[in-house]
Design a binder for this molecule. Structure first.
Ligand code: S3P
Length: 171
């Protein structure tokens, strides 16, 4: 087991980044940070509120500032990103520059959309299927810049994906 490795999980909304990160941190017995949760705590309001009230560009500034704080201020080895974090060039530089290994969790749009639709989390950038589909298509070519790529098939649960990541990335 490579004990020094730190990873960032990326991928589209609804793919299951947070659940996989939770299982991975318990398999590896190491610290984990969920960037969305971190932002909501440090800003004292929900991400949906920030985006709906201040707009996406303002949210991205806040997201980058919080990403910096996480990368500089904690030694958690598992970081689950928001679905848009990795798509911003400055964020990619920060993540790569901090030595994190990036993992793209990829699934079909329909699988992500089914999870988005049944989730209680408000996602202002995926208010309807057409808007979500557009973002999904735009982002595929950026997610694939990640170091590793795991395909999430509906028959695998998030524990099984975490197990595969632990066995392959942390071997
Ligand atoms: C976003 C994804 C969300 C959250 C914000 C923006 C995006 O996180 O960070 O609503 O741009 O894809 P999840 O991927 O955890 O839903």
């Amino acid at each position: 087991m490579d004990s020094d490795r730190r990873v960032a999980l990326t991928g589209f909304m609804g793919v299951g980044k947070s659940s996989v990160a939770r299982h991975l941190s318990s398999i590896l017995r190491c610290g984990r940070i969920d960037l969305d949760a971190y932002i909501e705590k440090s800003e004292g309001r929900s991400i949906a509120d920030i985006i709906n009230t201040d707009g996406e560009p303002a949210y991205r500034v806040i997201e980058t500032a919080n990403l910096k704080a996480v990368l500089n201020g904690t030694d958690a080895r598992i970081l689950s990103l928001g679905g848009g974090t990795w798509t911003i060039p400055a964020n990619r530089e920060l993540i790569v520059g901090s030595g994190l290994i990036t993992i793209w969790l990829e699934s079909s749009f329909e699988h992500c959309w089914a999870n988005i639709s049944k989730s209680r989390k408000e996602r202002p950038l995926a208010k309807n299927k057409a808007a979500a589909r557009r973002l999904f298509d735009e982002r595929q070519g950026i997610y694939c810049l990640a170091d590793w790529h795991f395909i999430i098939r509906p028959e695998f649960n998030s524990y099984e994906i975490a197990r595969q990541i632990a066995d392959q990335v942390f071997a």
